[in-house]
Design a protein around this ligand. Structure first.
Ligand SMILES: Nc1ncnc2c1ncn2[C@@H]1O[C@H](COP(=O)(O)OP(=O)(O)OP(=O)(O)O)[C@@H](O)[C@H]1O
Length: 269
């Protein structure tokens, strides 16, 4: 079995999953009063500190999976567990980030980030220090008092990432967070995210259309079938870390993994 075939046959679920999806179905109501199945028999697990990406054709249900995990949307069948508890009993703090930043337009950069710390009830005396630390870390120094409209798209996404980090989530659900950014900023943001992730080792689910981004960032890439989506492949990315996105692109193993994922998507299942 060659390296790619071994990757493709990797199906091992982590022993004690932080996030567990087992035979989950999700449907949306139609205007006519029917139901349209969007996710069908989806099963996967994410271990503590794992970085897992989900890729799949447009409309296959990737965002829907994140919505279920966030508690915004009920599933119809199957089991969803976070740290062994049902969603109703979940005690983990879950942080979300979307493709389009959802900053408060009237609030400054510092205040937008501070909101994360307030939502998470971070101790008052720690908040200012935390905001200042994040502003430095995300290279936003000098822009503390700027409003979102005075920033570039990449800077706005850095503020959104700052707000997410200030929230100190135990689990990150990221829905194409860098999808609207140019290639260079996207790579820079990915690097920032890996820096945070390697420091805190939180569990991450990262939805993306960008296969190279998924391979660069992840421990595993889950490939979904077309709608109603389920996980058709669980591909381990055993490239050494820390990873330099530019160097990785010259690595034959990286190219093999990207090709293997493309083949899965082309197969259409
Ligand atoms: N609120 C809703 N009501 C009805 N149908 C919905 C709703 N939200 C999403 N859908 C449908 O469910 C399907 C899955 O949507 P979802 O956003 O999860 O897909 P996705 O894989 O994230 O897509 P994309 O890659 O294009 O972002 C789509 O066909 C979409 O039209």
């Amino acid at each position: 079995m060659n390296a790619v075939a071994r990757h493709l046959h990797h199906d091992a679920a982590p022993t004690k999953p932080k996030i567990g999806f087992e035979g989950v179905d999700v449907a949306y109501p139609t205007p006519e009063g029917g139901r349209i199945p969007v996710v069908s028999e989806a099963s996967f697990a994410v271990g503590k500190g794992e970085f897992v990406s989900i890729v799949g054709p447009s409309g296959c249900g990737k965002s829907t999976v994140l919505r279920v995990l966030s508690g915004l949307l009920a599933h119809e069948k199957g089991t969803v567990r976070i740290n062994g508890r049902s969603l109703e009993e979940n005690r983990e703090r879950i942080g979300f980030m979307f493709q389009r930043d959802t900053l408060l337009p009237w609030a400054s950069v510092a205040d937008n980030i501070r909101i994360g710390a307030e939502l998470a009830n971070i101790a008052h005396e720690r908040r200012d220090a935390r905001v200042a630390e994040l502003i430095g870390f995300l290279r936003l120094s000098g822009f503390e008092k700027h409003r979102p409209h005075q920033l570039s798209g990449g800077m706005r996404q850095r503020v959104a990432l700052g707000r997410l980090l200030a929230f100190e989530p135990h689990i990150y659900l990221l829905d194409e967070p860098f999808g609207a950014l140019d290639a260079q900023t996207k790579i820079a943001m990915g690097r920032e995210l890996l820096r945070v992730w390697s420091e805190y080792k939180r569990s991450v689910i990262f939805v993306t259309h960008d296969i190279e981004e998924a391979v660069t960032l992840s421990d595993r890439v889950l490939v979904m079938s077309p709608r109603p989506g389920h996980i058709v492949r669980d591909i381990a990315v055993d490239l050494p870390r820390p990873r330099d996105p530019k160097q990785l692109r010259k690595d034959a193993r990286f190219a093999d993994l990207v090709d293997a994922i493309w083949s899965e998507l082309d197969a259409g299942h």
